[in-house]
Design a protein around this ligand. Structure first.
Ligand code: MRU
Length: 347
């Protein structure tokens, strides 16, 4: 297979540079985001998407706001950074990585103390770049831990896109598959197309084709049947937010996959960094689920397939109860609840 690094989100010449995922797979085009408003728009429109990737983008957005602030008063700069961090964190509600990264970079400004504005700006940028660098390493650790869960030869279902396009590094669930193939495992990937925005059909298919890994896209509704026919050895998905008891929010359709996997005895794993855990929530009930515009269901790029005025319900995520999940692959290992705070977990 071919190894490659995607520049999904980076800091370049004072701007946040992202690979515009709304244009994939037709073209590989990059956006230079120079304002907080442009960054929020890119997160909302899914030009940059996937929980870890929007966390990295959010942190860099806070650095962008600090750099753009005109004036040298440290207190006013910190207040400006706080306001920008709050606005960025609210761009999408479900993936806790976004809030986490905004809090971390905002905190770096506060921790700078009553120093000079230049020092505060430098600390915020350093923190945002540290989040980016850490994300690269986290993908590699999750992949290392996850590979052992997969057979030397077999078939895997993935949902949404959880590869390099969803992180700054090699990915979460798809990152495990990519690493397993790199190490010589012979895997076939059943790619859920992932209605309505087709992250599987557009993005996962694009990544797998580039990597030279055999795959086929299937309608989301075909996954249960695949499992019933015995053609699946494991289901690997990512996560947008994991509560303390292990209830896991991920792309809508994940719950159905998990129920089918349980019915047919297929192991179901979540692969996510610890920054996707929200241990302040006891269970999944309080996880905020983003609802997106109904037009994402009723039309695609201007082509409408429903009668005019058709109502549609468009939750972007669902919550899978912990009892349906066999293990949570993190940078710390294969974990199960109760999850200790990240610093105290097994290595
Ligand atoms: O709406 P998206 O495309 O941002 O949703 C992404 C997912 O649901 C992923 O599965 C999740 O963020 C984990 S990705 C590493």
């Amino acid at each position: 297979m071919n190894a490659f690094i995607l520049e999904t989100v980076r800091w370049r010449d004072g701007a946040v540079r992202i690979l515009d995922q709304t244009r994939l797979p037709r073209e590989e085009a990059y956006l230079e985001l120079r304002t907080v408003d442009a960054l929020i728009d890119a997160i909302r429109t899914l030009a940059v998407r996937g929980a870890p990737a929007i966390g990295v983008a959010g942190g860099l957005g806070v650095a962008l706001s600090a750099a753009a602030f005109e004036g040298d008063d440290p207190a006013r700069l910190c207040a400006h950074v706080d306001a920008s961090a709050a606005r960025i964190a609210a761009a999408r509600p479900t993936a806790v990585n976004l809030r986490w990264a905004c809090e971390r970079t905002r905190g770096a400004a506060r921790a700078a103390g009553p120093g000079e504005a230049g020092e505060i700006r430098a600390r915020v940028l350093a923190e945002a770049l540290a989040i980016l660098e850490e994300d690269l390493a986290l993908s590699a650790s999750m992949a290392r831990h996850g590979v052992a869960l997969l057979p030397d030869e077999g078939r895997v279902i993935t949902h949404c896109n959880t590869g390099g396009l969803a992180t700054a590094g090699g990915g979460t669930a798809l990152g495990v598959v990519l690493e397993a193939c790199r190490r010589g495992k012979r895997l076939f990937v059943h790619v859920d197309e992932t209605r309505p925005l087709l992250q599987g059909a557009r993005l996962t298919a694009w990544e797998l084709a580039r990597a030279g890994i055999p795959f086929a896209v299937q309608c989301d509704g075909a996954a249960a049947w695949r499992m019933q026919t015995g053609a699946v050895d494991a289901v690997l998905v990512g996560a947008d937010r994991i509560a303390a008891n292990g209830d896991t929010a991920n792309k809508v359709g994940t719950l159905g996959l998990a129920l089918a996997a349980q019915a047919y005895g297929v192991p179901f794993y979540v692969v996510a960094p610890r920054s996707s855990f929200d241990l302040t929530l006891a269970d999944g009930e309080a996880i905020p689920i983003e609802e997106r515009d109904s037009s994402e269901i009723t039309e695609w790029q201007g082509v409408t397939w429903c009668p005019p005025g058709t109502p549609a319900w468009n939750p972007a995520f669902d919550v899978t109860p912990a009892r349906l999940i066999r293990g949570w692959v993190t940078e710390l290992g294969v974990e199960r609840p109760p999850f200790p705070p990240a610093g105290k977990s097994k290595g």
